[in-house]
Design a protein around this ligand. Structure first.
Ligand code: BGC
Length: 257
C-alpha cells in the first residue's frame, strides 16, 4: 500500500485536532476537525475522541497521532499536561483497537518538527535546528542534517527553580496574565538556556504561538536566527501523518527479514 493519505491527529492540552493529510505534498486535504480535550483527559476518554475523529472522516486507513509526552515504541512514558493514568499504556494498541485502524503514536514535538523540516521553515536546512513548540507545554526537538533525536523533553529543564514550561509556555503567559513583551522576556531567557546547552544554528518556533510571532519575535536576541514555523499549528497534524508512514515502512522492512 502506498501511504499517500494518512489521517493525522494531534492531541493537545485543550483540543484534539485531525485532518486527512497528503504525505507527499505535506498538505491537509480536508478541513481540520477539532474536539475539546476531555477532562479528565484519561486514555479511555481520549481514545473515544480519536474514534469520533476517525468516524467523522469515515476513515479506514492509517492513522498517525502526536501525543504530548514521551513515546517509546508506542508506549507513553510521561504525560505532563494530561493525566498520570497514561504512563506505560501501549497507545498504538489502545487506539488501534478502539478505531479498527492501524494507529502509530509519536511525541507531538517530534511530529511537528518532522513536518517543518520536510515542508516548512526547516526545509533543506543542513545545520543544527531546534524546534520549540509553544502551547500548553513547551515541546522541543533537535535536528542535525535533517535527522531527529526523539523525546528530547527540554521543556522541563529547571528555570528559576521550577519546570521551564511553568515559566515560559503560552499557558504560563495566560495564567500569569503577562503582556506579550513580558512573556517574551521569559521566553528569551529560556531560549538562551537552550543555546548554552545545545548551540543550534537556527531556532524554529511552532505551536499555537507561531501564529502570533509578530508580537514577540522582535524581543528575542539569541545568537541563532529565530523563525516562525511556516506550517503553523497544522505542523502537528501533518507530522503525525508523516511519522505513521515512516513507522509503517519500518515494520514492513522488519517483517521482510
Ligand atoms: C511534554 C512534551 C510535549 C510538550 C508539548 C510537554 O509537557 O512533556 O512531551 O512535547 O509538552 O506538548
Amino acid at each position: 500500500m502506498k501511504l499517500k493519505k494518512v489521517l493525522g491527529i494531534d492531541i493537545g492540552g485543550s483540543g484534539v485536532k485531525g485532518a486527512i493529510v497528503h504525505t507527499k505534498e505535506g498538505k491537509l486535504k480536508t478541513k481540520r476537525y477539532r474536539i475539546p480535550t476531555p477532562q479528565p483527559a484519561t486514555p479511555e476518554a481520549v481514545a473515544d475522541v480519536i474514534k469520533k475523529i476517525v468516524d467523522h472522516f469515515k476513515w479506514e486507513g492509517h492513522v498517525g497521532v502526536g501525543f504530548p509526552g514521551v513515546i517509546q515504541q508506542g508506549f507513553a512514558r510521561t504525560a505532563a499536561n494530561l493525566d498520570d493514568s497514561w504512563i506505560d499504556v501501549n497507545l498504538n494498541e489502545l487506539f488501534s483497537k478502539k478505531t479498527g485502524c492501524e494507529v502509530h503514536v509519536v511525541n507531538d514535538a517530534d511530529a511537528a518538527g518532522m513536518a517543518e523540516m520536510k515542508f516548512g521553515s526547516g526545509k533543506g536546512f543542513k545545520g543544527v535546528a531546534l524546534l520549540v513548540t509553544v502551547g500548553t507545554g513547551l515541546g522541543t526537538v533537535i535536528f542535525t542534517n535533517g535527522r531527529l533525536l526523539p523525546n528530547m523533553e527540554m521543556g522541563h529543564i529547571l528555570l528559576h527553580g521550577a519546570d521551564a514550561e511553568e515559566y515560559a509556555s503560552d499557558a504560563a503567559r495566560k495564567a500569569d496574565d503577562l503582556s506579550w513583551e513580558d512573556w517574551a522576556g521569559r521566553f528569551n531567557e529560556y531560549l538562551h538556556r537552550m543555546e548554552e546547552l545545545l548551540w543550534p544554528d537556527m531556532i524554529i518556533i511552532g505551536g499555537g504561538a507561531s501564529k502570533k510571532d509578530d508580537k514577540f519575535i522582535q524581543h528575542l536576541d539569541t545568537k541563532a536566527k529565530v523563525v516562525p514555523a511556516t506550517l503553523l499549528n497544522e505542523a502537528g497534524i501533518i507530522g503525525a501523518a508523516l511519522t505513521s508512514k515512516y513507522y509503517h515502512k519500518l515494520e514492513k522492512k522488519s517483517g521482510e527479514k
